[in-house]
Design a protein around this ligand. Structure first.
Ligand code: ZN
Length: 343
């Protein structure tokens, strides 16, 4: 579609890094697309600089302009008429061809699946582990400072009884000393969880954060101390940094394979990754084993935190941010805690 008459659809326009939307008209130009907002703002870009999401039933189509601005419209047919070709990624193009040849489609799906499995399960964890080993500790501190900044906007000053806070601080110091952390290498803070709810976090650079809401759910001090020991395990193994490398590699892989929103969104949200992304099952297993060893050496009940995790999982809906999001609990995990503690 090169010299066809201009065609237009109605939608909205969103500025970069913002959720403010304004009504806009999208129309073709000689070499691309122009969006004009209701406020008179105009942006235009040639086809090769635009990314247009593919047609999905019930999902708004989005158009990404090179400056980060986004357009959205529900007018699927309109967009298909605007766009010279629907497929924007090589994967999409392959898929279109394959639709005509089911054997090819089967092969493409199989190969893409295999590539994904290989990347997700084998390559990324290994590369992320190597990258974390090669990362100087100063990087952990820098990531930690930015994560703490993010966390401060989500949490507030603790309302837990000061005497209990002091006693937990002393438990934490005992754990850290026994674990062999240098004095002041790790710090512990209790906060009002606010948007992050009942939670405990190990932030790269040596911070452990625990929320009032988490303390409120615990039935014994040993349960809380167990969670702290588990978080120290994540710090000891530098899982936070490894997790970020995994997320970054995953986003890059997704972007290469399927293009478009999935990959870019992942890259953009990397900063919040420490807070929101999950540890792998291997990392949880390592941190659990570390906690059980440490708790036994310090004389706390090494199985108590498993009970707290189960209770939290039962009480917390999946729609709420919680410890479960970053530390998923499985029966296998609980059995392992019991086995380790019984050894
Ligand atoms: Zn964990």
């Amino acid at each position: 579609m090169s010299t066809a008459a201009p065609h237009r659809v109605v939608g909205v326009l969103t500025p970069p890094d913002s959720l403010d939307v304004s009504d806009a008209v999208l129309e073709t130009t000689a070499e691309g697309l122009r969006a004009t907002g209701i406020d008179g703002f105009t942006i235009a870009a040639p086809w090769h600089k635009l990314r247009i999401s593919e047609r999905l039933e019930g999902v708004e189509r989005s158009i990404h302009f090179p400056d980060g601005r986004g357009g959205q419209t529900t007018d699927d047919d309109g967009i298909d008429l605007l766009v010279p070709r629907v497929s924007q990624s090589w994967f999409g193009a392959l898929r279109q061809q394959a639709e005509h040849h089911w054997r090819a489609a089967f092969l493409v799906a199989g190969a893409a699946g295999l590539a994904l499995v290989l990347i997700f399960n084998a390559l990324i964890p290994v590369l992320a582990g190597v990258a974390a080993d090669w990362t100087p500790p100063q990087v952990d501190s820098a990531i930690g400072r930015s994560s703490i900044g993010t966390l401060q906007t989500m949490t507030g000053p603790s309302r837990t009884d000061p005497a209990l806070r002091r006693s937990l601080q002393s438990d934490f110091s005992t754990l850290a000393r026994t674990a062999g952390f240098a004095p002041n290498a790790v710090r512990f803070q209790i906060v009002d969880g606010g948007r992050i709810g009942a939670n405990a976090l190990a932030v790269p650079g040596g911070y452990v954060l625990l929320t009032d809401q988490m303390i409120a759910r615990a039935r014994s001090r040993d349960e809380i101390v167990g969670v702290l020991a588990h978080e120290l395990g994540h710090l000891h193994y530098r899982h936070g940094v490894e997790k970020l490398y995994r997320a970054a590699a995953l986003s890059a892989a997704l972007y290469l394979l399927i293009g478009g929103d999935g990959g870019l969104g992942g890259l953009a949200s990397l900063g919040a990754g420490v807070v929101t992304s999950a540890y792998s099952r291997d990392m949880e297993r390592e941190a659990d084993a570390y906690a059980v060893r440490l708790l036994r050496r310090t004389g706390y009940d090494p199985t108590a935190f498993g009970r707290l995790l189960v209770r939290l999982e039962r009480e917390t809906g999946s729609d709420r941010p919680s410890l479960m999001r970053s530390h998923p609990v499985s029966q296998e995990r609980l059995d392992m805690i019991q086995d380790l503690a019984a050894d």
